[in-house]
Design a binder for this molecule. Structure first.
Ligand code: TXA
Ligand code: MG
Length: 311
């Protein structure tokens, strides 16, 4: 039996039962696939860390169906509630103060006083949250430090038959959610992601602060999202030993993230194309320059971490 479960209401119910029993499932979201478990079950949360090979000091994102459910877990500052109303459901994660009686295992937040929460937009994620009836933790469904999965087949590649995955098709956004924290009531960009910082600033009407002095995302390790092949960024020419990953119609590219130069399309293709190049050969990959504006910020962030020296 394949570990990939087609998107039927029967399989969603089966996945919810598996979560209730403390098991894990691959869950599609509009950003990337998540490795989902019951947020209230400490053993399930421990199994997520173990399955991913993730350091335990790196807390997880809690997924809930709506703002009301989020409010049972965290105290949202006024600006957080405003952002939630504007961007949920969607690719925004808010890091907000944890409630004392929050119905989640302490391992979820790795001992922090804050919790990361998001309301996904993907219909299969929504259906699973409804069927399951409680908060679901889900980090990206890749082994720690590797490329994030944007297809059900990628999740199967990471974990084999050990983790069944609900097939929700290719992730429309392709990069992880934007993470916003708060310092003295003001917004801080903890991770650039699928919602452009400019779009968030249009709502906050104040510039996003940078991480530091106690407000950071512990998971922003320098080497991350790493393919097996070496990566060279901002390549304006290509060596004979390299394969070129283009953007905007780069001549000589073996793959182009977006021939039309759309950052949205490039984000959606990023991880799948890196995986494809990795599967084809282990010769170095040269990546054409990606403009560092809008979604280009998230794309360049992932590429920089993928290219960083490892261990
Ligand atoms: O799009 C996404 O956000 C995907 C999908 C599956 O929802 N999830 C995802 O999870 O990217 P993960 O575990 O790969 O990344 C979560 C990030 C980590 O960098 C972690 O350090 C940060 O969120 N984080 C979680 N809780 C936090 C907290 N209380 N304070 C600061 N950062 C936190
Ligand atoms: Mg991740």
């Amino acid at each position: 039996m394949s570990a990939i479960w087609s998107n039927t209401s029967q399989n969603v119910a089966r996945a919810a039962e598996r979560l209730k029993g403390g098991g894990l499932v691959g869950m599609p979201t509009e950003t990337v696939y998540g490795l989902a478990g019951d947020a209230a079950n400490g053993d399930a949360v421990a199994a997520i860390y173990e399955t991913k090979g993730r350091p335990r000091f790196n807390p997880l994102i809690v997924h809930v169906p709506d703002l009301a459910a989020a409010s049972t877990i965290a105290n949202l500052p006024p600006l957080a509630a405003t952002l939630a109303r504007r961007f949920w459901p969607g690719a925004l994660t808010l890091v907000v103060p944890l409630k004392d009686d929050a119905p989640i295992a302490s391992l979820v937040t790795a001992g922090l006083q804050t919790v990361a929460i998001r309301v996904p937009h993907h219909p299969v994620a929504k259906a699973l949250l409804t069927q399951f009836g409680g908060p679901i933790v889900a980090p990206s469904a890749n082994r720690s430090g590797r490329l994030s999965p944007t297809l059900a087949a990628h999740v199967a590649e990471e974990f084999g038959d050990a983790v069944p995955v609900l097939d929700g098709g290719p992730c429309q956004r392709g990069v992880e959610s934007t993470i916003i924290g708060f310092r003295d009531g003001g917004p801080v960009l903890l991770r650039p992601g699928a919602i452009a910082a400019e779009d968030i600033e249009a709502v906050t009407r104040q510039p996003l602060g940078t991480p530091g002095s106690g407000v950071v995302a512990p998971g922003m390790l320098v080497s991350h999202y790493a393919p097996n092949a070496a990566l060279r960024l901002d390549a304006t020419s290509v060596e004979s030993t390299e394969r070129l990953l283009g953007f905007g119609g780069t001549p000589g590219a073996v793959l182009d993230l977006s021939p039309a130069g759309s950052l949205r399309e490039a984000a959606a293709n990023l991880f799948a194309y890196l995986r494809q190049l990795d599967a084809e050969a282990d010769t170095p990959i040269a990546v054409a320059p990606i403009p560092p504006v809008g979604l280009g910020l998230a794309i360049n962030d992932r590429l920089m971490r993928a290219a960083a020296p490892r261990d």
